[in-house]
Design a protein around this ligand. Structure first.
Ligand code: LMR
Length: 394
């Protein structure tokens, strides 16, 4: 019945998890998937999360269905975290639903846009997170790329991006990363964003902002600047967001889709989002979102979490600096300063696919074939091995 189907080649990021687990080499290092590890190489259970979890378990709540749009308490804290005072929460200008992770938000958002603007096409940065392509293509869109990474200088290609965005057809769907660009870690300056937004606004583009790392870049508020600027401009736009990384809640699949609508279309948009949820999975799961709502809704736990988030951010920054220093010492003829200017969990090393394959085969260091590494997989105990491995393949 199904023999005609092609074999799935596997996912370029998630596929590495299984391969890494089966690798028997004791010195293996996983810099593939975007997961934050602490300096002992463990996925942390944040103390704020643990406390909220214990409180919730102690309350022994029944497990009825959540509404299609998810938990009201969770949706309120998400709105506050993303939009802060750029919107008036009492005016119903943002339609928010809880989703199955950030991927679920992208999927529901893509399905929703296909209903609203079926003839539109999608533009994503070149490069982008591989699954952006998969999700929008899966929703039936043609996906195009706009220039983003300038390989010679290893920096943001502002002129290229501006020119391409200025030539878009009306109602083009444009995916933007408000912070911690995945995979490059390269962010436009604010003055770049302002010019890009001017152009996109003039082209009547539909903006889709994907933020999975709020607080891993410069800080919670700084990282959400683009979202708040779009709201202040009164734009209609979508935001997909995730607590996988910032709460270390990967397996709980806690995400959200927010549509800044202005008041006029709020009811239509909110209804359509619920319809797409119903058709996909009916309603979202409860526990992970309850943890996030409890932590963010309690001033003391919220403060504590912000401290834990800052610790994760600081560790990433320290490991990035140590990598740049170590590589510069080991390979003084090469310039690694570009790595220091990147932000967030990822570094875009410039390693080619054959070099990445050699890293894995000869040194048990796993990276994504695009040359992306997850800085949060580095620790004081594996750094020297990684630097030696890089030096050997570079
Ligand atoms: C990543 O980019 O590694 C993460 O967002 C995990 C994923 O789903 O790809």
């Amino acid at each position: 019945m199904f023999e005609h189907l092609p074999l799935y080649a596997g996912d370029p990021i998630l596929g590495l998890i299984g391969e890494f687990a089966e690798d028997p080499r004791p010195n293996k290092v996983n810099l593939g998937v975007g997961i934050y590890y602490d300096e002992l190489g463990r996925v942390p259970l944040l103390p704020s999360v643990q406390q909220a979890e214990e409180l919730l378990v102690g309350e022994h709540q029944p497990r009825s269905y959540l509404p299609m749009e998810g938990s009201p308490a969770y949706r309120r804290v998400v709105e506050q975290l993303l939009f802060a005072d750029s919107v008036d929460a009492s005016r119903n200008s943002v339609a928010i639903i809880q989703t199955v992770g950030g991927s679920g938000a992208l999927k529901v958002g893509a399905d929703f846009l296909k209903t609203a603007w079926s003839d539109s096409q999608v533009w994503v940065s070149d490069p982008t997170w591989d699954n952006h392509l998969g999700i929008f293509q899966g929703a039936g869109f043609t996906v195009n790329r706009y220039p983003y990474f300038e390989p010679a200088a290893k920096q943001f290609d502002f002129e290229g991006a501006l020119q391409a965005l200025g030539a878009l057809p009306a109602k083009a769907i444009v995916l933007l990363h408000p912070c911690c660009h995945n995979p490059t870690g390269i962010q436009p300056e604010r003055e770049h964003w302002v010019k890009m937004l001017d152009v996109l606004q003039a082209r009547d583009a539909i903006l889709f902002l994907d933020i999975a790392y709020q607080g891993f870049g410069k800080g919670l508020d700084e990282d959400a600047w683009l979202i708040r600027e779009c709201a202040r401009r009164g734009l209609t736009f979508l935001v997909s967001s995730s607590f996988s990384k910032t709460f270390s809640l990967y397996g709980e699949r806690v995400g959200a889709l927010s549509v800044h609508t202005g008041r006029d279309s709020h009811a239509q948009v909110f209804g359509q989002l619920k319809l797409h949820v119903r058709r996909n999975y009916s309603s979202p799961p409860m526990f992970g979102a309850s943890i996030v709502a409890r932590v963010l809704g309690d001033p003391a736990l919220n403060q504590q979490w912000q401290g834990e988030l800052a610790q994760m951010r600081d560790r990433i920054t320290a490991m990035r600096a140590a990598l740049v220093e170590g590589l510069t010492k080991r390979l003084p003829e090469q310039d690694f300063a570009f790595l220091a200017h990147q932000e967030g969990m990822f570094a875009y090393t410039g390693l080619s696919a054959p070099q990445v394959r050699a890293l894995k085969a000869e040194h048990a260091v796993y990276a994504v074939e695009t040359g992306r590494i997850c800085i949060a997989g580095l620790s004081p105990s594996n750094l020297d091995h990684v630097i030696e491995a890089f030096a050997a393949v570079m």
